[in-house]
Design a protein around this ligand. Structure first.
Ligand code: CA
Length: 227
């Protein structure tokens, strides 16, 4: 899923370190060293996410963020100084998606980046999509699932599981991936939770309509195939 990330940070050591780590993870990364340059690059470059330091020369990070938000909803993670509570509140008010306090562990930063990109992807796909597999249709805008036009009532997690499977149609999804997508990364319950929801979905779709929508791939996970 990697993408292009803009690092706006005047402390060259931090900027360089983050750049190297991002590239190591497969992202493309570019740096800006003050607020004005950062805003210019953010507005003209094709970035997927911005890491934005708050304390910057020329234009501070919050001002960069406010100006950027007039035209762009691109994900922004603020880098704030330790205990700068006002920064965090002001940052979220100004439209930041998240913030991380310096000094930070790179693993935590990477996790926040993944989450912000995923949230954005989810937002984009929620805008327009109708997902289909054979006679099964999910209208994401209307939150409605039908089979040959007949309405299927699903709980929130059944719906979410089916949405992820349909979105990745013809791919095999591992149980852990599905748990992350459906229950969230912080889920700590039973690992067979996905099997349980698949069983519910099969009762409501496969058994009711005499079809086989969800395939089990033994030892791996589940898949929805076209057909
Ligand atoms: Ca700084």
């Amino acid at each position: 899923m990697p993408g292009r990330i803009l690092i706006v940070e005047d402390e060259e050591k931090i900027a360089r370190f983050v750049e190297l780590e991002l590239k190591h993870e497969g992202y493309e990364a570019e740096k800006a060293h003050n607020g004005r340059e950062g805003l210019d690059m953010a507005q003209t470059g094709d970035f997927d996410l911005i890491l934005l330091d708050v304390m910057l020369p020329e234009l501070n990070g919050l001002e960069v963020l406010r100006r950027l938000r007039r035209t762009s909803q691109m994900p922004v993670i603020l880098l704030t100084a330790r205990d700068a509570v006002m920064d965090k509140v002001a940052g979220l008010d100004a439209g930041a998606d998240d913030y991380i306090t310096k000094p930070f562990a790179i693993e935590e930063l990477l996790a926040r980046i993944r989450t912000a990109l995923k949230k954005r992807d989810r937002g984009e796909e929620l805008k327009t999509t109708v997902l289909r597999a054979g006679d099964l249709t999910m209208d994401v805008d209307r939150h409605e699932v039908t089979f040959q036009g007949q309405r299927i009532e699903l709980t929130r997690r059944e719906y979410e599981l089916l949405r992820v499977l349909l979105k990745n149609k013809n791919l095999v999804l591992r149980r852990e991936q599905l748990i992350n997508e459906v229950c969230g990364y912080d889920y700590v319950g039973e690992t067979n939770v996905i099997d349980v929801y698949v069983r519910y979905l099969r009762a409501k779709i496969d058994e009711r309509f005499g079809v086989k929508v969800i395939s089990t791939v033994r030892g791996v996970g589940y898949s929805v195939k076209e057909g």
